[in-house]
Design a protein around this ligand. Structure first.
Ligand code: SAM
Length: 384
């Protein structure tokens, strides 16, 4: 996909470059925050699967630099951008003008270093290296590997000693764990959903080791056939579980985000990476305990958020006691860009370069090899 055709197709892709975000995903987190107030009273955050780092940028700007990205701030920019793009004003915008606007956006509120908060801790992890960001500790690690937990605990608390501590719970637990993890999609639907769910369980296991009671967990999911089993499993640990679809996430994609609020580990529960959830029967045992306690105290269907749980007929039988349908929440204003639509570009539109080109993409070697071999169709055959 060429730069300019992608520009035309995807308004958020273009907007991200204008505003200096490393990826269009930044808008997903901003729209989720708009709906769920994710950053309220948050000082310690872990960002899993964070490269190239647009979510970490949001965290850094909102939590450390105290920037406001409420509707007024980023949508104001969006409105300006939309106006220009729809040719509502004659576009004399040149490449250098657009670059200036991007710089202007980056500089807004960030000039005054003295207002930076020092009590905030952000740790970001990815398999790929993440270019530095103000106030963000970055780790290059695999979130599915048990060795990543001590690394994370050490990053959160430098006095943490993995040798001395048999108990791997964090000393200073975190308020929010976010994960935008996605495997390299193969196109084989069931396989992609399976690999994605493994990443989600890895993220959840890490979150359970570091979250404080009352904490929040947000993670990308692919909505597959048995996603209601997953919602029910998350409900074992969190008071509220929602499935959210930000407007910047394409409606045509199976992608959504689970937003889990108020971490309430079951009584006696200890996170253990020797016995991770998602493997063996530990999770279903916990669910059984929860079911038993609900049976004793009687079911409650209406939440204090006014959202009533709906249990479809086919999920209400005893065979389906481990299923539960999470309330669905669409986030982002309806007037915001539609991520599936193509918008007309202003005359003379010049595509901006990426804010942060990939540092070490997994496809780099493949491209090198392809080039060596004369491109996509192989070395030209020279007839003698
Ligand atoms: N949230 C990021 C942002 O805003 O820039 C985008 C994340 S991108 C959609 C998904 C990331 O998941 C990729 O960078 C990939 O390297 C990472 N990832 C996939 N599997 C992983 C694993 N096992 N451990 C750590 N990161 C992983």
């Amino acid at each position: 996909m060429g730069k300019s055709s992608k520009d035309k197709r995807d308004a958020y892709y273009r907007l991200a470059k204008e505003q200096g975000w490393r990826a269009r995903s930044a808008f997903k987190l901003l729209q989720l925050d708009e709906e769920f107030n994710l950053f309220e009273n948050v000082t310690r955050v872990v960002d899993l699967c964070a490269a190239p780092g647009s979510w970490s940028q949001v965290l850094s700007r909102v939590l450390i630099k105290n920037e406001k990205f409420g509707r007024c701030a980023w949508e104001d920019r969006e409105a300006k951008f939309r106006q220009r793009m729809l040719n509502a004003i004659p576009s004399e915008s040149t490449d250098s003008q657009q670059q200036e606007e991007r710089q202007d956006f980056e500089m807004t509120n960030s000039q005054d270093e003295s207002s930076n908060r020092s009590d905030v801790k952000i740790v970001s992890i990815d398999l790929q290296p993440i270019s530095p960001l103000p106030g963000v500790i970055t780790l290059r690690a695999d979130i599915t590997h048990p060795a990543t937990v001590p690394l994370l605990l050490k990053a959160l608390d430098p006095s943490y000693d993995p040798e001395a501590s048999a108990n791997q719970q964090a000393q200073h637990p975190v308020d929010l764990v976010i994960s935008d993890g996605a495997p390299d999609v193969t196109g084989l639907h069931d396989l992609d959903i399976y690999v994605q769910s493994q990443l989600l369980f890895a993220a959840l296991n890490l979150a359970l080791c570091v979250l404080k009671p009352g904490g929040k967990f947000v993670a990308k999911i692919f909505r597959g056939r048995n996603v209601d089993l997953l919602y029910a499993q998350l409900k074992v640990f969190f008071e509220k579980v929602y499935v959210a679809k930000p407007r910047s996430s394409r409606a045509s994609s199976v992608e959504a985000f689970i937003v889990c609020i108020n971490f309430q580990p079951p009584e006696g529960f200890k996170a253990s990476l020797e016995e991770p959830l998602g493997v063996g029967s530990r999770l279903s045992e916990l669910q059984q305990q929860q079911q038993d306690s609900i049976c004793q105290s009687g079911p409650s269907k209406a939440g204090d958020d006014g959202i009533t749980e709906v249990i479809p007929e086919d999920l209400s039988g005893s065979d389906n006691k481990y299923r539960w349908v999470a309330p669905f929440v669409a986030c982002g204003d309806l007037s915001a860009f539609d991520s599936d639509a193509s918008y007309k570009l202003a005359a003379g539109h010049i595509s901006l370069p990426p804010v942060q080109p990939p540092t070490a993409p997994p496809y780099k070697r493949a491209i090198e090899l392809r080039r060596q071999n004369g491109g996509a169709y192989g070395k030209p055959v020279v007839s003698k």
